[in-house]
Ligand binder design. Sequence first.
Ligand code: S3P
Length: 404
Amino acid sequence: MSNLTLNAVESLTGEIAVPGDKSVTHRAVIFSAMADGPCTITGYCGGEDCFRTIHAMRALGIQIQIAETVLRVEGRGLRGFSEPDQVIDCGNSGTTMRLLIGLLSGQEFFSILTGDHSLRGRPMGRITNPLRAMSAEIAGRRGGELAPLSISGRRLKATSYNSPIASAQVKSAVLIAGLFAEGETTFHEPAQSRDHTERLLRHFGAKLHCESETNTSVYSSRLHPRELVVPGDFSSAAFFIVAGLLVSNSRIILRNVGVNNTRIGLLNILRQMGGWIETSNLRDESGESIGDLHVHSSPLEGVDVDPTDMLRAIDEFPILCIAAAFANGRTQIRGMQELRVKESDRIATMAEALRGIGSTVEELPDGLVIHGHPTLHGTTCKSYGDHRVAMALAIAGLRTKGMM
Ligand code: S3P
């Protein structure tokens, strides 16, 4: 277990570039491995989760050269993977496990996926059920609800799946499996989740059709080799954006950040709270929107968070809680039951942490009501091994005064 101590600062000024986008990197590595030849991925995310995906591809027979900023992936086509002779360990990475289930369901060999304690407790039925409907043979604990999972891949049948939840991981697993199925595979979700898979698959030349924001179809298609550039991760930028708003006399510029509309709900919420955030230099790169973000410290007001914005800020809940804790008035975040099955139960974890720094919080089954206060005190908080909770608490430490 490691500890990090942060002290309040007077101001934050400067220009930074955040690491490459994690969601895009996972997909770029998998789609490059499925492509008909060598691909390069520049500006990839070098975090542990993406390395789990890289190691999984290597275990499936794909050669990947790793340089400081560029990955070279020797794509072997849709059916060029080979049977792994060991269990694939996805560590803490839900995206690795869920996207791989889609890929492995279409491979005519046997494989087993596992993960760390947290990942082995996260729901997998949301993926295994639609893939079984496509005739994948998947076994696991509690009837395939929990990992470890074994997958006997086979020729898949196309499906039309109506997902009860908006989830980019579920959507991606079904669309990836759809690349191996005969005919049209359609995924329908109740609200639009992040759309990196659709954008990247189109960029790789897949036959994909978006009937509407919530209805996507894919046909079996080959992927063409590409040179990709990964945008900076908005979810990493989020911590610096909130730091810049909360710490007085701050001016921060974040360069080359991904500003895909399905990811930037936090910008809308923070602007509604009174945050000064401007974008400049907007452009497109490898199918994704990129821009620079300019942030000035601002007094924030509590708001009732719009559920559509929140769905587009699902990973930003911990840092939004910190912004709300220092805002003037009450912030309500509802409709987010999904947060209870992330790397930790983020509703409970953040309620405990906020109370620790002296905030008044009401915990609801699907969210939090936070009564903001401009001065909160330092304390020792637990992240429960959840990286986004730890980073959010680090930002809180830049504003808290004294220790309890
Ligand atoms: C992700 C999708 C989201 C998000 C996760 C990454 C992805 O999860 O919370 O951190 O890369 O597809 P859900 O698909 O479960 O909403």
